[in-house]
Design a protein around this ligand. Sequence first.
Ligand SMILES: [Fe+2]
Length: 278
Amino acid sequence: MIITPIFLKKLTSHVVVPFAVRLFTKQAKMSDTLTENISTSSDFFFRQFFDPKSSTYTYLLADIETKKGIIIDPVIEWADRDAQIINELGIDLVYALNTHMHADHITGSGKLKNLLAGCRSVISRASGAKADILLDHQDHITFGRHKLVAHSTPGHTEGCMTFVCGEQGIAFTGDTLLIRGCGRTDFQGGSAEKLYKSVHSVIFKLPRNYRLYPAHDYSGKTVSTVAEEQAFNPRLTKTLDEFIRIMENLNLAYPKMIDVAVPANKVCGIYELQVAKE
Ligand SMILES: [Fe+2]
């Protein structure tokens, strides 16, 4: 006589099989997302900073050999701190970059230019903001022997860019892709359809084990990977139509800082300094 364990019988019932399938799919997804780590090269300096007021991440990168460095998405209130650390570490800051024209804080690029001789501000041409260097799609940002490639990823704003460092396997996604989320698309020339296409045609086309560093996080998450976001991003795993519907129904409040931040960021934050002097 063959005895079938009760649990196997249950697995073949109509009620339990869908659960088992769901469990298996979830486990398969979870194990798929633990991708092989790409270690950074020994001459690549990386530091992540956080502004608790706007939940913004700022990134300082440098070539350890030549000391040339760049900063991504600095915040004006922290420019003195950033300049102090840059000086202490002996970094020669060549560029202060912005992933886009922010609406929730004033960029520190203008102030950093005042504090650090030789630093030039950088933003996309499509942002409509002033800067020393205006980037187009596929432009390179070089510091020492390292470089980032600027990819146009509109949607949150028309001028959003994602900066990719292929050698280190990292990408700075701005507000185009946040960890388990994305930037809002209801102002500054935003478009849910464009954001969806930017994520799927640029960021999700990167190797699955690339680490993703966003411009913000509101719950303490510091980094993700392409594989994780492809599996678990609650918005960008949906179809385009579903995604558009989600974005149209967020009902978000008008951003508190937008009327101050956007005019200032059009001139890389220098506006704020001029107003303060007057
Ligand atoms: Fe933003």
